[in-house]
Design a protein around this ligand. Structure first.
Ligand code: CMP
Length: 142
């Protein structure tokens, strides 16, 4: 099933110069980059993005962190991209070696990337971060 998901490189990924490496993993896997922008997201956007974590102990720090620096927001398209990109990112805690988090991160609060966890989240997050912007893009290799 061809899907589109929302992937973001968080400020720690940008500051640690890992944007290229993270993009490369998705490209090499065979997924297609269909939208990308770098922004320092407004607080309201981040609060809505992480609405499900509201009230948790790490929520305020998480929101402060994400809207306190540059984020590279992307849409990636491909077969099973939602679950597959989650697998490529690795778990939130103790991500396995070979995954992006497992290879490059040791802290749950500085875990480099975000990826939508299901189709509903992907749709919601794409709308939230990209609005109604539609990109008409034909892949020459498709
Ligand atoms: P993400 O996949 O973007 O979704 C929720 C985020 O909350 C998660 O990545 C982590 O960055 C963050 N998070 C989850 N658990 C904790 C925690 N215990 N302490 C700090 N941040 C956390």
């Amino acid at each position: 099933l061809t899907q589109t998901t929302f992937i973001a490189v968080k400020p720690d990924g940008v500051n640690r110069r890992l944007v290229g490496k993270i993009i490369q993993r998705f490209e090499e896997k065979g997924f297609q980059l269909v939208a990308m922008k770098m922004i320092q997201p407004p607080r309201e956007l981040v609060e809505e993005h992480y609405a499900e974590h509201k009230g948790k102990g790490f929520y305020n720090g998480l929101v402060d962190y994400l809207c306190g620096g540059p984020v590279v927001a992307m849409q990636w398209k491909g077969k099973g991209v939602i679950a597959r990109s989650r697998a490529m990112m690795g778990a939130t805690k103790d991500a396995a070696p070979g995954t992006i988090r497992g290879d490059f991160s040791i802290e749950v609060g500085r875990n480099l990337v975000h990826g939508s966890d299901c189709a509903e989240a992907a749709e919601r997050e794409i709308k939230l971060w990209f609005g109604e912007d539609k990109i008409n893009y034909e892949d020459a290799c498709e």
